[in-house]
Write a protein that binds this ligand. Structure first.
Ligand code: ATP
Ligand code: MN
Length: 538
């Protein structure tokens, strides 16, 4: 079969390409299968297969997102609506045109180009048709794995709403392009285009679509967009898990006893929750067949694995090796998880989990929040980032990220918080705070809470085992801590009991409480007394 597929004009009219300055080339690969994209990547020497048949690639200079190089064109749509801040950096329209020009002429000079039509949003009412142009077959495979895959019939009538142009090999001139350095992600709401240059990190593509949906859905459609995973139990009870990177959204939503809706990005319309994506993007670091069997088994033919190392002399992945990056990843279509829901839609949630990886060992491993406390935690968005082992041992980095997703939220946090607060009240949702981080002391002194314990706590919250039992309020943070939980040693449920030095615990807790209070100051104006009353007290 020839590599260059001739594209029927019906599927990809010339004017659609020309509208973004691209030419119609003989070697334009449209809508290739996963197998074809894998084979081309191998033929080009841009990847290798591991021993289970997954495609392993290196993403080059960037192995993670680069938030400082992300820009939104400031125009009549965004100017007053976007909350301009460190994550939402404005760029002038004229620079957008310069960068678009650079990318299209760069892509036009490539001998080959890959094009894929796909969707975001499993709920048809909000479906966003996307056309993705990539410089490499591997990036196109990422789009295939992560976005929703149209049927043949849908392709015949496909009309892209947004276009993504991805040119990782193009180094831009920062001065000429009005950007910080040689790479950039630039979003234009007027042109409905996302330009990605100078970075081959696949996650930029998925998170830039997330970013535009975080604008469009709440702003235009009255749908709450959320940085959360979601799954559903046998009785149709949906649970969602908010959390910043590394807190356990993907790990905890992938549960053999519950059906997976999605692992990262969802919308909450009045009556239902729906996934934005068609795949999962799981961390690979320390991936272990016993602890996370579903994800481990998803590393197979068609999965795309990034920046891992093999055991010497083999093509067996050493998941414990973080020498390229701690952020090793695998993307795979949702149906690689046996019990995924299709289409990925669930009822409005009955339980919400806020996941925080607390490296100070202060927060209880599981606790129940009042609606006021829930909103306080949501607006705060607390977690701690642990430094990667390759750079030596460093102090954990305390992070507050509003709505558990500040880097992806174009609107002011109050918009998302107000919508969530209303939904929690209307649906009488139970809200839990789960510390997936440290117990018994801070990082290096205590230890990370066992995944099996966290799973037991989540399951107990979901199956009602935590409903009619005794609770104690945390003396500083106020949340209600269960006194017992099936499958979990009781002494870890109240965090002070797990510390040998009780005074040290109280000091550490006060220190964290001060950080919460300091961070919350910027949100205080216009906040209801109920939420303000949920601040830590000492
Ligand atoms: P991202 O937004 O970057 O995708 P995420 O919230 O999906 O992040 P996960 O990919 O689920 O985060 O990462 C959680 C990591 O922490 C996994 O590698 C998991 O094995 C590990 N882990 C260790 N202990 C726990 C625990 N008690 N609870 C949850 N995860 C844990
Ligand atoms: Mn995840």
């Amino acid at each position: 079969m020839p590599l260059a597929m001739h594209v029927p004009a019906l599927y990809l009219p010339h004017d659609k390409l020309l509208s973004c300055g691209l030419q119609f080339s003989d070697t334009l690969h449209y809508q290739l299968t996963s197998e074809e994209l894998v084979q081309q990547t191998l033929d080009r020497g841009e990847g290798v297969l591991n021993d289970t048949g997954a495609l392993v690639i290196s993403t080059g200079e960037f192995t993670g997102r680069s938030p400082k190089d992300k820009f939104i064109v400031k125009d009549e749509i965004t100017s007053d609506a976007v909350d301009w801040n460190d994550f939402n950096q404005p760029i002038e329209e004229r620079y957008f045109h310069i960068i678009l020009n650079r990318i299209t002429s760069y892509l036009n000079h490539q001998p080959e180009l890959w094009v894929r039509d796909c969707y975001a949003c499993a709920d048809r009412r909000y479906r966003l048709p996307l056309r993705v142009f990539t410089e490499t077959p591997a990036l196109n495979l990422f789009a295939y794995n992560m976005f929703l895959r149209p049927t043949q019939l849908e392709l015949e009538n496909f009309n892209p709403g947004w276009q993504i142009l991805s040119a990782p090999g193009l180094k831009l001139n920062a001065l000429e392009c009005g950007i910080r350095q040689h790479n950039a992600v630039v979003v234009s709401f007027s042109h409905k285009m996302i330009l990605i240059a100078g970075t081959g990190y696949t996650g930029e593509m998925k998170k830039s679509i997330f970013g535009i949906l975080n604008f469009i859905l709440p702003h235009d459609k009255n749908v709450l967009s959320m940085h959360c995973s979601a799954n559903v139990g046998a009785s149709g009870d949906t649970a969602i898990f908010f959390g910043l990177s590394g807190t356990g959204k993907t790990t905890l939503s992938t549960d053999p006893n519950r059906k997976l809706i999605g692992d990262d990005e969802h919308g909450w319309a009045s009556d239902r929750v729906f996934n934005f994506e068609g795949g999962c993007y799981a961390k690979c670091i320390n991936l272990n067949e016993q602890k996370e069997p579903e994800i481990y088994q998803a590393v197979r033919k068609g999965a795309l694995v990034e920046n891992v190392r093999f055991f010497p002399g083999s093509n067996r992945i050493n998941f414990d090796n973080g020498s390229v990056t701690e952020n090793t990843r695998v993307s795979y279509p949702l149906d690689y998880i046996a019990n995924a829901v299709e289409p990925s839609i669930g009822n409005a949630p009955q339980n919400i989990f806020f996941l925080a990886c607390d490296a100070y060992g202060v927060l209880p491993p599981v606790s129940k929040l009042t609606p006021g406390q829930a909103m306080y935690q949501f607006i705060s968005g607390y977690t701690a980032k642990i430094a990667g082992t390759e750079t030596g041992i460093k102090d954990p980095k305390l992070t507050f990220s509003a709505c558990f997703g500040a880097p992806f939220l174009p609107l002011h946090p109050r918009t998302y918080a107000a919508m969530l607060g209303q939904k929690i009240r209307d649906n009488k949702v139970k809200v839990w705070l789960v510390n997936t981080g440290w117990t018994g002391g801070p990082y290096l002194v205590g230890s990370r809470i066992k995944l099996s314990y966290t799973r037991a706590m989540v399951n107990s919250a979901l199956n009602g085992a935590l409903d009619n039992i005794e609770y104690k309020n945390h003396p500083i943070f106020g949340m209600a801590m269960p006194v017992s939980c099936p499958g979990v040693p009781s002494e870890i449920l109240n965090p002070i009991n797990a510390w040998s030095d009780k005074e040290a615990y109280t000091e550490q807790a006060k220190c964290l409480a001060r950080k919460f209070i300091e961070n919350f100051k910027r949100y205080e104006s216009g906040i209801s007394p109920e939420i303000l009353a949920a601040a830590p007290i000492f």
